[in-house]
Ligand binder design. Structure first.
Ligand code: MN
Length: 336
């Protein structure tokens, strides 16, 4: 994070009066936490922020202060657009194309390795475990005091993006930030129970269907979830419901992939890798983005063809990463 970006970001935020804050489609805990956390900072500064997300927030975050303030239909004119936890403008979905932000400067706050630095100021720290950790530093630079509401929102991003401080990027400094947020009033146990353990019944039904469809080949475990299967179990569209995180725990696996067919026929692809492997590159090559060990993209359907295409690419990429030539056993068409 460059200090000129910090200065420029502070200037943009302090000089705006009605900013539009937007986080990514299919929001996760860091998306919701950074959106609401910055919202409370701006309310404390007597600004009139509007908080927006194209998709509904998962119910498990309803304990967060400001949960009901988020809209999918902003109205009126804005003098600043702030994107949160978005690696590229497309992640903002329809909100990014809202006419009322035309001409307004864009402040990009994120921590994704694949961030395209698409703002007039880019507060991007790829070493941060969450966008809320980037925000924590920003709030300190703004001189806004941490209150319980802000701290709760920020700690939620830290907890969910690290799956409860279990990822390899968790350092003593990250824990020190968590301690400060707890001291400011953030309830760690409430955040962990809601943010990580609470899930709709449909999620477990989805896992049940997924486990029976699981396939394994050469260090890769994957699952394809056709729309018909999701509809038959009444899955309410909460992404893969944490499935990819669970699959990467399978012994001997290097990469896990979940293919979820969408209503519009496109296929959402979620990648996870164990340390030593990288799935940011393949997601970026497929028009998506993310982190070294967790990434995703949206590819054209139909499901079966999408799986073949992505798995072929992945197999070649992994062969390169393992420092060997790809093995062509004839089961997957080569993309050339
Ligand atoms: Mn994040």
């Amino acid at each position: 994070m460059r200090s000129k970006d910090l200065d420029r970001s502070r200037e943009l935020l302090l000089n705006c009066s009605r900013p539009l804050l937007v986080t990514h489609v299919a929001p996760d805990g860091d998306a919701v936490g950074s959106l609401l956390g910055l919202g409370w900072v701006l309310w404390a500064l007597d600004k009139e922020p509007v908080l927006a997300c194209q998709d509904p927030l998962p119910r498990r975050f309803d304990f967060l202060p400001g949960f009901d303030e988020v809209t999918d239909r902003p109205s009126g004119h804005f003098d600043l657009l702030v994107s949160l936890d978005c690696s590229d403008p497309g992640r903002m979905g329809q909100i990014g194309a809202y006419p009322g932000v035309r001409g307004a400067p864009l402040l990009n706050i994120d921590h994704h390795l694949t961030n395209l630095e698409f703002g007039v100021a880019n507060l991007v720290d790829v070493g941060a475990v969450s966008t809320t950790q980037v925000l924590y530093r920003f709030i300190r630079a703004l001189g806004v005091p941490l209150d319980g509401r802000i701290a709760t929102c920020l700690l939620t991003g830290l907890v969910t993006d690290t799956r409860g401080f279990r990822t390899s990027n968790v350092t003593a400094d990250v824990l020190r930030v968590a301690v400060e947020l707890m001291e400011a009033g953030a309830p760690l146990a409430v955040i962990t129970r809601n943010g990580l353990d609470r899930r709709p019944l449909g999620a477990l039904r989805l896992w049940g269907a997924a486990f029976s469809r699981m396939e394994v080949d050469d260090g890769v475990v994957w699952v394809g979830l056709p729309l018909a299967v999701q509809q038959a179990i009444g899955h309410d569209g909460c992404g893969d419901a944490g499935l990819a995180n669970m699959l990467i725990g399978v012994e001997g696996m290097h990469v896990a992939v979940v293919f979820t067919e969408q209503e519009d026929g496109q296929v959402e692809v979620g990648f996870r890798a164990v340390p030593g492997f990288d799935v940011a590159g393949i997601a970026l090559a497929l028009g998506g983005g993310g982190h070294t060990l967790a990434s995703g993209c949206l590819v054209p359907g139909p499901l079966e063809e999408a799986q073949q295409r992505v798995l072929t690419m992945l197999r070649e990429d992994l062969a390169r990463q393992r420092g060997q030539a790809p093995v062509d056993d004839g089961r997957h068409p080569q993309s050339g």
